[in-house]
Design a protein around this ligand. Structure first.
Ligand code: FES
Ligand SMILES: [Fe+2]
Length: 373
């Protein structure tokens, strides 16, 4: 990876801004972290190239030869199901002149570049090089696809560009036990929606991480939630928001009989919204320093039954309504952060523990990055 100049990084990451204070005394991240394009360059190296990223759920690529593409820190990645039903990933970059791959038509185990047709096997090795016979000093062994580390957990597929990442199990420890008897691996993929939002990716994450805004931004939702019992818990690399639905609400927005829902945030940009029989994942991808793309994937333990009961349809409607309200406030906040009069704010100890925890992890990533410059 091309590193940005170390003097620039040291100027951008001031020691004072990276100090971690208890929430009672902490300030929010400086506004420049949300509005200056140089910080995204640092984040790509310090965060997105280092951490595990959610690629998909196994049920999104159920058959041999199925694939899905993601972009991590400006790197295109292709995730594939092999003939042996393994899931493998590669940088989706052909070693000829950088073209993208897809599965070769009529096969399930050959990748073909979509530019000049070079072919690669599922271990990444280069196989077919059409019309290349007079080329000298060319050894196919030197032109294989670069693999990307891939791990599965509870039916979810994670990838990382880091060749020496922290174990995925330490990142997600305790989640399976906490949500039991719900099993994420039982979920079946239903549909994907996505929004391009005019705010820095951290504005969207900060907003997700607190229920403080619910009474103002989501007044309808507020009447349905048991706001007094809204709880935020933090672990090393994730936080959990848990809100029982109000007992006097005859009809909660999700028709969940026992009223339990878990909203997990896994650092740096993964959200798992879990209810009995249902999973919705959100991936927040930076699309420039002042834009992000948020991808929503919907899953059900029994997809056909959920569709027959109208649950899939109503989930989409409820989710789109809440998302619209969140998009409007996040885009307005981006303008405020860009203004001349705002730099840093403070946290509600009662309501913004998740935001503080996320920003602490961002600071820790930056400090670790500075140490290895
Ligand atoms: S760029 Fe892939 S075959 Fe030319
Ligand atoms: Fe919201």
């Amino acid at each position: 990876m091309r590193s940005i100049r170390s003097e620039l990084v040291s100027r951008l990451l001031m020691e004072n801004d990276l100090q971690i204070q208890p929430i009672e005394r902490a300030e929010t991240l400086p506004s420049a972290y949300y509005t200056d394009p140089d910080y995204l360059k640092i984040e790509n190296e310090a965060i997105f190239s280092k951490e595990w990223q959610l690629a998909c759920h196994e049920s999104q690529i159920p058959n041999a030869g199925d694939s899905i593409c993601r972009t991590i820190a400006n790197n295109p990645v292709i995730i594939l199901r092999t003939n042996e039903m393994e899931i493998v990933s590669f940088y989706n970059v052909c070693k000829h002149r950088g073209g993208p791959m897809s599965i070769k038509k009529g096969t399930t185990s050959v990748l073909q570049c979509q530019y000049h047709g070079w072919t690669y096997l599922m271990d990444g090795s280069l196989r077919g090089v059409p019309q290349f016979d007079r080329v000298e000093l060319f050894d196919k062994k030197d032109f294989g696809l670069r693999p990307v580390q891939t791990k599965r957990w509870e039916g979810l597929v994670f990838i990382t560009l880091n060749e020496n990442p922290k174990p995925l199990n330490t990142v997600v420890k305790g989640i399976s036990e906490r949500i039991s008897p719900i099993r994420l691996s039982d979920m079946e993929y239903h549909i994907t929606t996505a929004d391009l939002i005019e705010c820095n990716w951290k504005v969207y994450v900060d907003n997700y991480l607190e229920g403080y805004h619910i009474p103002i931004v989501h007044p309808e939702l507020a009447t349905l939630l048991d706001y007094k019992n809204y709880v935020t818990e933090t672990d090393d690399f994730y936080s959990l928001q848990y809100s029982p639905f109000s007992s006097n609400s005859a009809d909660n927005p999700y028709n969940v009989e026992d009223g339990c829902a878990y909203y997990y945030f896994i650092y740096p940009n993964i959200m798992l919204n879990i209810m009995p029989g249902r999973l919705q994942t959100n991936i927040v991808e930076p699309a420039g320093h002042d834009k992000c793309r948020v991808i929503f994937d919907f899953f059900y333990t029994n997809r056909r039954q959920a569709a027959e009961k109208g649950t899939t349809e109503s989930d989409l409607i409820v989710s789109a309504d809440i998302q619209r309200e969140d998009i409007d406030i996040c885009e307005a906040v981006q303008l405020g952060l860009r203004s001349d009069v705002y730099d840093k704010g403070r946290f509600s100890v009662k309501r913004e523990m998740g935001v503080w925890h996320f920003q602490k992890l961002v600071k820790q990533s930056f400090s670790a990055y500075l140490k290895h410059l």
